[in-house]
Design a protein around this ligand. Structure first.
Ligand code: FES
Length: 318
């Protein structure tokens, strides 16, 4: 069966900067200094590391700067290995394949105010947002940065903290802030976004439950545990473009079935939070279990790492 190529862009590491609190900033550029594919504020990319791992990181430079991608990586000694590989094995000159940027927020003229809530290194997606909003003056914004004590990327955030754009909440001194108070009342022209650890993301989801979905954006560090459906039944994937049929065993993920069938699908988190494995669907009854697609997007797309099917046949745009 013909494999579906995964699109990556070849980049080379041109800068590595220690940024405090176990964090390093990596700058990636085209080897021949060509422009890189554009990205939206808050977008992320998958890094295809030389050791075979694929990991997703937020871009934190100004989106108008198309000469480089900058990511901030905190070394997680007990993580899944991506940050250790980047910190310990990657040098200036290392070649890294990256996916096309995805996600991020579309500039929306109806949004007059953004409220961002970040936990620690979760500040990274909001850095490119802040830089974009500072440059364009398109909307007002405030970034609440919740840390235990040390501020990540302090050298890069200092000016915005002084200006009052970033408000630092140190939980070691003041306890955890009230997220409901930080986001306030949801108005028609306010968009609120959160990036942080599981507990914070869950709290944020709870306090914004009554907000319009389009005005709430949540990014998680860690995928929730996989859903085990005891009633899962086998089903068939029909691939509309190739005409292939792939059987998904009861309890098997579509991602695993597609990969077994020789279809190359990009995947990073394998838990429905990064967006790497997004595939269009055409017919059927998908069961969405991801934490990233909007209701509108779910009418056309699903994440094959976590989605299931409520019908015997599901037609994918592959
Ligand atoms: S691999 Fe991350 S959402 Fe599927």
């Amino acid at each position: 069966m013909k494999a579906r190529p995964i699109t990556t862009v070849k980049t080379v590491v041109t800068g590595i900067e220690a940024a405090g609190a176990g964090i390093k900033l990596f700058t990636l550029a085209d080897p021949d200094a060509w422009e890189l594919p554009p990205f939206k504020p808050g977008a992320h990319i998958d890094l295809h590391l030389p050791n075979g791992l694929v990991r997703t990181y937020s871009l934190c430079n100004e989106p108008a700067d198309n000469s480089r991608y900058v990511i901030a990586v905190k070394r997680e000694a007990d993580g899944r290995g991506g940050s250790r590989a980047l910190h310990d094995e990657i040098d200036i000159g290392t070649v890294i394949g990256v996916s096309l940027p995805r996600g991020g927020l579309d500039p929306d003229a109806r949004i007059a105010r953004y409220v961002f809530v970040a936990g620690g290194i979760g500040v990274t997606p909001f850095l490119s947002m802040a830089r974009h909003l500072e440059r364009t003056g398109q909307a007002d914004y405030k970034l609440h940065l919740i840390v235990r004590e040390e501020v990540p990327l302090a050298d890069h955030l200092g000016a915005l903290i002084e200006q009052g754009r970033i408000v630092v909440h140190r939980t070691s001194r003041t306890g955890r802030p009230d997220l409901a108070a930080l986001v306030g009342e949801g108005g028609g022209d306010t968009l609120v976004a959160c990036c942080g650890p599981e507990g914070m993301a869950d709290d944020f989801e709870r306090v914004t439950a009554a907000w319009p979905a389009a005005h709430v954006h949540i990014e998680r560090f860690v995928a929730p545990p996989p859903v085990i459906d005891p009633d899962a039944k086998p089903f068939t994937l029909s691939l509309a473009r190739s005409g292939a049929e792939i059987q998904v065993r009861a309890g098997q993920t579509m991602l695993a079935a597609l990969q077994e069938g020789g279809i190359e699908i990009a995947a990073s988190c394998c838990g429905g939070i990064c967006g790497a494995c997004k595939v269009g669907w055409i017919e059927g009854k998908p069961v969405h279990r991801d934490r990233i697609l909007s209701p509108y997007e779910r009418e056309r797309y699903l994440m094959v790492c976590v989605a299931g099917s409520d019908a015997e046949r599901l037609v994918l745009d592959l």
